[in-house]
Design a protein around this ligand. Sequence first.
Ligand code: NBP
Length: 485
Amino acid sequence: MAADIGVTGLAVMGANLARNLARNGYTVALHNRTAAKTDALINSYSSEGEFVRTESLAELVGALQRPRRVLIMVKAGAPVDAVIDELVPLLDEGDIVIDAGNSFFEETRRREETLRGHGLHFVGVGVSGGEEGALHGPSIMPGGSRESYETLGPMLEKIAADYHGEPCCAWVGTDGAGHYVKMVHNGIEYADMQVIGEAYDLMRQLAGLEPAEQAAVFREWNTTDLASYLIEITSEVLEQEDELTGRPLVDVIVDAAGQKGTGRWTAISGLEVGSPVTTIAESVFARSISSQQQLRRITRDAFAAGVGSPVPADELYGSGEARQSFVEDIRKALYASKLVSYAQGFDMLTAAGAEYGWDLDMRTIASLWRAGCIIRADLLDTIMKAYQHADERPANLLLAPEFTEAINECLPAWRRVVAAAATYGVPAPVFSSSLAYYDSLRAERLPASLTQGLRDYFGAHTYQRVDKPGTFHIRWSEDRTEAEV
Ligand code: NBP
């Protein structure tokens, strides 16, 4: 029987996607560079559906019905090119090559262009949800040609996460759009985790709330506007005890956060498309600082005395009603910061759409993140509502009426929390930078006017005036009169 789809690359993600496809009734041809992984999958899971074992890419291609669909799930980077180079001569016009790994979107754009030259469809697909998602239903963000989605889309929609009967999968745009959207998803995920971390740190250091007590707080928060997968699993991690020492697990884990690079890509791309994704960039930098263990140690010793504050934090926030209201302030600061990070992420998508010629639909993108992926959250329903009417889209998510109201509601608490963090020396880079972003957007005047004056002074970079059109320069080294240039 000719297989519906071939999967090459059967490490954890590829194997689970292949099983997901088979469980949904598709016949799946399997291939892995080392046949042992193919055999392991067939030996353990052949009862789940129809699998066709193959040992070479030529055999894999030969096992497929036309147009052929080959899903590549190998390590991102050079391995993807190696597989593509071997595959292309084996395929015919109209066949579809799918890269569902975490490839950089520029590489996807390059590969799509090359394969288009061979009459092939190349579809870069963003997949989120980790191993469990791949098996039970991930969030799927496909790019590539619209035409390829006609045959591929129904299969992907069938294996995707389901949100109240709607699949978390839809075509997002041409060439690298799918991988770009997945990259921004990961950037937002960095910011989501960082704001949760900042909330935890402030509650612990200033209000003395122990991890197990905080587990209850996060559980409670999960019944509010903050309801999300990441808030839910935060309670689970915080209440986990270390088997060896009996201490909270979070206290025995080294405080150096790892990263695989998608957050960094998002921050870099934000700079490139001119979109200020400050919350995402700060989250990436926060992980970098955390990993500077040696420098942190010597800096701590060098500045041991600290700055100090007139009133000890525990006298202000440590007990009773004061503690309760500080915790509520932190919840609001977290929510407002989270809104800013989503607003920045969607702004970045708009800027990238203009830069790369993608007609990205923000409502659809929000809908894809409602289930299956790491940033799934109730908030996404509200974001979809904000983008509901194509002709009335807010210029920035913060300007959607529901979010303007929420920011106004959270603002005093947000300011109090950022002030407390600064006063007592608890780092809260995303709480602070998101507030600075909001304040910058709504400022009547920014000091950019002085920046322009300085640029004109040392580099004759010119400036524009508030009261008349034109471009001007001061003859700084002469008589300091203004010239129109
Ligand atoms: P890995 O990223 O660990 O890659 C291992 C696979 O790549 C194996 O099948 C390996 O074959 C194959 N491979 C390598 Br390495 N070099 C190759 C080459 N030159 N030619 C052919 N095959 C080669 O697997 P993964 O963790 O399953 O992730 C797959 C993709 O999915 C990655 O892009 C990853 O970033 C992405 N992703 C992962 C997750 C997650 O939670 N893990 C989530 C979302 C996306 P071998 O068996 O012969 O060595």
